[in-house]
Design a protein around this ligand. Sequence first.
Ligand code: RIB
Ligand code: CA
Length: 306
Amino acid sequence: MEKRPIIIDTDPGIDDALAIAIALFSEELDVKLISTVAGNVSLEKVTNNALKLLAFWEKDIPVAAGADRPLIEPLVDASDIHGATGMEGYDFPEPKKELLLEEHAVNAMHRVIMESKEPVTLMPIAPLTNIALLFTMYPEVKDNIKEIVMMGGSASRGNKGVMSEFNIATDPEAAKIVFDSGLPIVMAGLDVGWKALVYPEDSEKLLKMGKTGEMAYCLFKKYRGGTFGTGLKMYDSCATAYLLCPELFTVEETFVDIELAGSMTRGCTVVDLKGYLKQMPNAKVCTDIDGEKFRKWFLEYVGRCI
Ligand code: RIB
Ligand code: CA
């Protein structure tokens, strides 16, 4: 079976690390490029983290560093959730610097997409700054993009603001450009991320699942995206899960816009499930997930990693 070409745009990030692992070791996905963007921590740190992960897994995937700040506002990171390094808790090998391209991520994405024989899927699991710059600088890429499957947004409440999710709220203008792009979008937001949980018993199983499982266990002890007791939120793995097992999700096609001016709601994804705004649908929004099936899926796929 032909592998599906994808580009992962990421800000590792503890949950990013597991989402990337599952994609890299899947039989269905061909990761052509890993692009990094400032988000959870600085661009330098997230890029180093991506290179450390590839050294850890001994995977020679090209990495390209992208935007070091959102389009308009300064970066407000999530080091309180992921630790100062962005992947606190595990002693990784040195970053595999030879995998880092000279090209800016936007130029590398443009090249990879235009060279691909098959339309490329974008899997952004971070603020959308790189993706917005890509569409602005190189609109021709849209002709060879299959879809965008993102972790981001929320049809309910937020985790960075009252109504705004971190990836969208970090760069709302970028999100607006992406949701206005006209490309097929799948939005795996907090509505499913909050139910994509790893519980203590799962973490104990991970510990015995090879070096990726052991690494995950160590990271989870530091991860503040939930707690061991109440369940750790595997936000970014929801994007990978949609690509590999879409039947886990309940999906509604609807119109989504980004609030840019709200004094209290800036960065909110306005998910118009009832059609009040009378706009054509521009996204498939994941409104629910089978949490038990996700747990089984997650453990099975982490078990396939080295
Ligand atoms: O809101 C969750 C998102 O913010 C995830 O991508 C996580 O890694 C953080 O970047
Ligand atoms: Ca992320």
